[in-house]
Design a binder for this molecule. Structure first.
Ligand SMILES: [Zn+2]
Length: 180
């Protein structure tokens, strides 16, 4: 017996909050079909409130054992509904990725502006790539700070980017050291 009483709207709100990613194992579309899992099981009085729901892929959701999911669609209508669901999930996941990419582009641009001012468009591709990698590791604020430090240093112009990378790597090491 399939028990999916959560509305599509609520379901997609949960997916969005969780970046269309299974919160147990990190799986995401198109590899898996996502479900919402009740943190506090319905059988034990858990509600359909968004705070009680979490994104789970099919294996993780089924593995909880709180209920048996009949995942095979029984009729053509059910099959069509499942295809539509898959497509909607894939679309939602693609939107999350696109938003993330745009945010990263905008953040990298801010760092490049510190370095190049209004000549930001002349920035070499390799520098943009490195900056994005550092932003992913450290967050934009740390990277902006590193660029401020590099620009404020007295190293010659051709060494500024190297200096910036050195500051970033120190920050990465600090973070990794601090995580122990
Ligand atoms: Zn999973």
């Amino acid at each position: 017996m399939k028990r999916q009483t959560v509305s599509k709207k609520t379901r997609f709100e949960v997916f969005k909050r969780d970046a269309f990613t299974c919160q147990y194992c990190g799986a995401h579309p198109p590899g898996v079909l996502l479900h919402v899992d009740h943190i506090h099981p319905v059988a034990e009085g858990g509600t359909n409130e968004i705070d009680n729901l979490v994104t789970a892929c099919e294996p993780c959701n089924a593995g909880k054992g709180a209920r048996l999911l009949n995942v095979a669609p029984e009729t053509l209508a059910q099959k069509a509904a499942q295809v539509a669901e898959r497509e909607a999930q894939l679309q939602g996941y693609a939107e999350i990725l696109e938003a993330k990419r745009q945010r990263l582009d905008a953040d990298a641009w801010r760092v490049l502006e510190v370095r190049y001012g209004k000549d930001v468009k002349t920035a070499p591709r390799t520098e943009i790539t490195s900056i994005k990698r550092f932003i992913e590791k450290l967050g934009v604020h740390e990277v902006l700070e590193a660029m401020d430090i590099a620009m404020g240093s007295r190293v010659s112009e051709w060494k500024v980017f190297r200096y910036f990378c050195g500051v970033c790597w120190n920050k990465v090491r600090e973070q990794e050291g601090g995580a122990d």
